[in-house]
Design a protein around this ligand. Structure first.
Ligand code: ZN
Length: 305
């Protein structure tokens, strides 16, 4: 796995920014930076941005390959975008792998960002000790990845792990998928900030909401408790289906550490059958923003092996 002298250009394409850097074959981040995604220009413009970034990285480093993590559903065998929402217009259908390989003449791998976060945590973070686990990221929506024996479970169409569209409250809030009452409408971090804004007059940010709750603001704490109840409800279903030894929770809220973890563990354990409780460990992602870059490089190294 960890061949010597491999330097990888790593690119993480999101709906707001593109993070990029150079990592070595041990997952060490040698340099990293970010730039706003050219969402207005859409898919082709974004790929031109990526080419410019790779050229800039190449100026200082001899890259053996390029590892791409990106939003959207990705056929990671072909390196194509199967589907991307309007947050990345004209992105669907692009063959990122082919375009970058013909431009730079080095191996390129492309994978979905939640998959990359998951294998990043497997390689260097919270899931180092286990071979199978679920990874769930709480953000604008809820993403998921299923890791079995250190490999992503793809499903029939590279789309497995859409935990965000489990049905939590049938007939509830409309969802981007066309249905109503999906998990991510209630348990994403976006849902938490929406709920907080509706009941706390001077709400300004999630970190501030957690800060208030930790400092005994009862209203802030009740908003968080209600949200954690919903997060736990989805985890309950996943635990009973998969019986995973570990669930890793990622996304910005994972910065809230033991305060969040304690609440979550308590509520999940209250709901699941006791036989599942003994074998389950819930962890918060450890690698934050680097997990996507590291996971992308992990996939590249495996591909180059
Ligand atoms: Zn949905």
């Amino acid at each position: 796995m960890e061949e010597d002298n491999v330097l990888a250009g790593a690119i993480d394409i999101g709906g707001t920014s593109i993070k990029y850097g150079v990592l070595d074959n041990h997952g060490k981040v040698l340099t990293k930076s970010k730039t706003p995604t050219d969402v207005k220009g859409g898919g082709p413009a974004i790929l031109n941005q990526v080419k410019d970034l790779v050229r800039a990285l190449q100026a200082d480093h001899e890259l053996s390959g390029i590892a791409v993590s990106t939003a959207g559903q990705i056929n990671r065998k072909e390196g194509t975008v199967i589907y991307a929402t309007d947050s990345l217009p004209n992105y669907t259908g692009l063959n990122i792998k082919e375009i970058l390989e013909s431009e730079f003449g080095v191996p390129v791998t492309v994978d979905n960002d939640v998959n990359c976060a998951a294998v990043g945590e497997y390689w260097k973070g919270a899931a180092k000790q286990v071979d199978q686990f679920l990874c769930m990221t709480l953000g604008t929506g809820i993403g998921g990845a299923i890791v079995i024996n250190g490999e992503i479970y793809d499903g029939a169409a590279y789309s497995a792990g859409e935990f965000g569209h489990m049905n939590l409250y049938p007939g509830g809030e409309p969802c981007t998928c066309g249905d109503e009452g999906c998990y991510e409408r209630y348990a994403s971090s976006k849902a938490l900030s929406k709920r907080a804004r509706s009941v706390i007059e001077d709400y300004n940010s999630l970190p501030n909401l957690f800060w208030r709750a930790k400092n005994e603001d009862k209203l802030a704490e009740s908003v968080i408790n209600r949200w954690v109840d919903d997060v736990a409800l989805g985890i309950k279903t996943l635990v009973h289906i998969f019986n995973p030894p570990m669930i890793v929770i990622g996304g910005g809220v994972s910065e809230q550490g033991d305060y969040l973890l304690g609440k979550l563990e308590q509520r999940v354990n209250n709901r699941i059958m006791s036989s599942f409780e003994r074998s389950l460990s819930i962890k918060l992602a450890q690698n934050g923003n680097d997990a996507n870059l590291q996971g992308a490089v992990y996939q590249l190294l495996k591909y180059m092996k």
